[in-house]
Design a protein around this ligand. Sequence first.
Ligand code: ZN
Length: 369
Amino acid sequence: MYKICSRCLMDTSAIDIKFDINGNCNFCTDFLETSNSIKNNNKHKNLNKFIDKVKNHGKNLEYDCIVGISGGVDSAWALKKAVESGLRPLVVHFDNGWNTNMSQNNIYKLLKKLNVNLVTYVVDWMEYKDVMKSFFKSNVVDIELIYDNALMKINYSLAKKFKVKYILAGTNRATEGMRMPNNWNWFKYDKKNIHSIQKKYGNKKIKSLPTIGTFDYIYYSKFKKIKWINFLDYFDYNKNLAMDELSLFSNFTKYKLKHSESIFTRFYQCHILPKKFKIDKRKVHLSNLVITNQMTREEGLNILKNEPYFSFDDYIRDKNYFLKKMDFSEEYFNKYLNEHPVNHDKYSSEKKIWEILEFLYNKIFKKKK
Ligand SMILES: [Zn+2]
């Protein structure tokens, strides 16, 4: 039976939603707990302490941190703050072939102004496209797993190469930390899943696509002690103000739609997820805003009544671009949209082993405390 949370916008399209007696869901309840604990910390003091730690560790190194940049406002602002704090970052950008011109330009304008070094990892497009095609054939939900997984691997391996211990990400849990429902994406350190789907459906062997698995993650984080930092948690982050600041600073082009840095991500979130998987990620994004009082629940509900794309023209333009770039016919793509989704764990996966290790790890460390 359909039910929506009485405090946020999450509903029963999330498989693991639970409601308390007041009709509030577990997603916003958990989020409020995390968000309050971050807010109650003294951010300014913590930031200075953190910056000192990063500087101190990296004082004899070429760089003291890695900052990944996507072309979106969050990571761009994080980079600006890192440089303003006196850090010496190596900037990393992963180009999977779907970046918008606007986001590429935004990156170049910002980097020029900040005078920092950039490493761009450009993917072998034919190989990447073949893996993407395999994900379409497999009917799994998380097509972005390919990108997210590769991005983490690139960041970790560069950190290792330059002996850097800190990867600063343009993510924050204070205002955007509501977790995704279990059926809306997949476990991201699942190298095995990617390789298994590619083995079954692909025409090419994975040769150059970076992938990271559970044991690689343990190696980087526990043995090499490389830390992935939600850097925006150290600030009172407000996306609109950040965009204004960047636009003044480096003539950053403003945009309205989330994920306007990648045409695929936009098409995936605004069309493929809602149409094929009945998933509307705006519910999480807008709930974040509602819970942090940046928007009323009514405003959020009204936005959800509209299609995710602002206009039909935007949708048509992205769809044509997507079909052409993927060599998909309209007919093939429509057939895909109508096929039943398949669970990621129908293919080999590392999720179980991750869960076991996580359980053991928590057990050991809870005992110690
Ligand atoms: Zn809720």
